[in-house]
Design a protein. Sequence first.
Length: 207
Amino acid sequence: MTKFDRTILNKYFIMGSQNCKRNPADILLEAIEGGISSFQFREKGKGSLSGEDKVNLGKQLRRICKKHQISFIINDDIELAEVLDVDGIHVGQDDLPIEEVRRRFPDKFIGLSISNQQELENSSIALVDYVGAGPIFSTKTKKNAKEAVGIKWIQSIREQYPLLPIVGIGGIDQVNAKFVREAGADGVAVISAITEAANIHEAVKAL
Ligand code: 3NM
């Protein structure tokens, strides 16, 4: 496993075209200018692109991140991970098992979503570079999201794994982000707090 720089979790922006009311490339650029520390391409759910359209958008967003030296993480799509030569891959509990992802990508960083103690105990945490803990607060963005778990879930993971890089996700905004960090997270992962902001520069700065 390559050395993982946990500071990239600080302001972790997630987006797919389905989250955007205007050009995704413009939104990503503004978010980078505002100071995000990493980007996850998550083209998933109602209204998302597939096939060639997804690949083309992925290439465009990948180019922007490379130019600005922002880590590019792909959600779930192993084939596209290869095509786009991503920095990292994020998988959920229902995606490809982490053992298989690590086997295929020994040198990329890997993130795993963990929502409860059972998932934590059943996952090979030693194989991942960071975990996404959530949903911390209730979210309108992910339709099939689980029940909100609160910041106590971050405290619990932190107690069990003092050194594990953790990013909180789900319903995080400019007001509650500080509670997520105070609970022990290395950073916050957000969609709507950025994509739906009237001023993206200010929204990122305030996170
Ligand atoms: N995953 P917003 S919650 C993509 O709990 C995603 O694993 C979640 O969107 C999880 O910042 C979520 O707009 C949606 O609430 C996050």
